[in-house]
Design a protein around this ligand. Structure first.
Ligand SMILES: *Cc1c(COP(=O)(O)O)cnc(C)c1O
Length: 389
């Protein structure tokens, strides 16, 4: 039986064109970009071309893009780099309670080891951050605000432009984790009004282990890795040339296909949501009905455990998720769903489907049918249901 992959927020398959673009840089064009002979120059040119392409896609200048080892590193770099470089100005950072662990755990580290104070803003029932709350949280010690563009679990898209107005008014640096949005919905650093923005290649049909951090010219930030002079001294280490070329190819493909793809995914997404609501009783959609990523479906199914649904779906070759892949080894309910105010049992009964360019309407219909069957079976055995009548 064919596998149905509905976990594109966790990772995407590399596009064949991406793989093709990367291959020459493993063998023939393997030179070190820092070497001065022509072998090295060839790869240096490839890296700089890739930088220009990534920069152009988000409305930035080439020298404002630094390649990293992925989204997690970009987030770490932004937060630690800015916090430590601006410590004299203040020790307060503002973020939200629904960020990816790459931001949340970095904040915890800065609190514990760096003596920084962090405000974790709440969200409303749809997962939206209120720009007024950001404004209220700003003090004369605040040096950085970090609010994600689109959430990886519930797909909610934040009002970054509005938040930016308040942050800029106060003369504070603004970072956004745009790992889930770049390549999927329009992202422009000037329109969003951000100073730092994180990108990861494997969330947009590129390779794993490579990403980028946009850093607006003039931003005070410390280097993330110390060593050689690569990336203008901001991120030492020999460049991941094939990965960087792969990221830029993925971005080039996204530029061509993103708009059409988003329209198609919205159709599939709404078909899945509609189908689940019509075929299964006591299903709730988590996240925002409109400010939502084109490919995200997150539902809570009453009286069943998310993990049980997931394992049963897996037996039928359907890949979904209960939250973020990073926390799937723990039995704690998702911090994002808890932040929405969901009671623990509803948070435990949640499922995330994130669609991608290779999914079809037939697959969606099959998933609706299979999940209805699974839920009926699980509910028949559910102690939760018996207690509640
Ligand atoms: C996946 C993800 C990350 C981490 O990116 P990696 O490249 O996997 O390190 C960070 N933030 C968000 C919102 C993500 O979805």
């Amino acid at each position: 039986m064919k596998r149905i992959y509905l976990d594109h927020a966790a990772t995407t398959p590399a596009h064949p064109e991406v793989v093709k673009a990367m291959l020459p840089y493993f063998t023939g064009a393997f030179g070190n970009p820092s070497s001065i002979y022509s072998y090295g120059q060839e790869t240096k040119v490839a890296v700089e071309k890739a930088r220009a392409k990534v920069a152009e896609f988000i409305g930035a200048k080439s020298d404002e893009v630094i390649f990293t080892g992925g989204g997690t590193e970009a987030d770490n770099f932004a937060l630690k780099g800015v916090a430590l470089a601006n410590e004299r100005k203040g020790n307060h950072l503002i973020t939200t309670s629904i960020e990816h662990h790459a931001v949340l755990e970095t904040c915890k580290f800065l609190e514990k080891q760096g003596g920084f104070k962090i405000t974790y803003l709440p969200v409303d029932g749809y997962g939206l951050v209120d720009p007024q709350e950001v404004k209220k949280a700003i003090t004369n010690k605040t040096i950085l605000v970090s609010v994600m563009h689109a959430n990886n679990e519930i797909g909610t898209i934040q009002p970054i432009e509005e938040i930016s107005k308040y942050v800029k008014e106060a003369g504070i640096l603004f970072h956004t984790d745009a790992v889930q949005s770049v390549g999927h919905i329009p992202v422009n650093v000037d329109e969003l009004g951000v100073d730092l923005l994180s990108i990861s290649a494997h969330k947009l049909y590129g390779p794993k282990g490579v990403g980028a951090l946009y850093i607006r010219k003039g931003t005070r930030i410390f280097p993330f890795m110390h060593g050689g002079e690569q990336e203008r001294g901001r991120r030492a280490g020999t460049e991941n040339v094939p990965g960087i070329v792969g990221l830029s190819k993925a971005i080039e493909l996204a530029r061509q296909e993103m708009d059409e793809e988003a329209k198609w995914l919205v159709c599939l997404r709404d078909r899945l949501i509609q189908g689940l609501l019509e075929n299964i009783d006591h299903v709730h959609v988590n996240g925002h009905p409109f400010w939502r990523l084109p490919n995200n479906v997150n539902v809570s199914v009453d009286f069943v455990e998310g993990e049980s649904m997931l394992l049963n779906l897996d037996l039928e070759n359907i890949c979904a998720s209960t939250g973020s892949a990073c926390s799937s080894s723990s039995l704690e309910p998702s911090h994002v769903l808890r932040a929405l105010g969901l009671p623990p049992e509803q948070a435990h009964g949640s499922l995330r489907f994130t669609l991608g360019r290779e999914n079809t309407a037939d697959e969606i219909d099959l998933v609706i049918e299979v999940l209805s069957r699974i839920v009926t079976r699980l509910r028949a055995m559910s102690p939760l249901l018996k207690i509640r009548g």
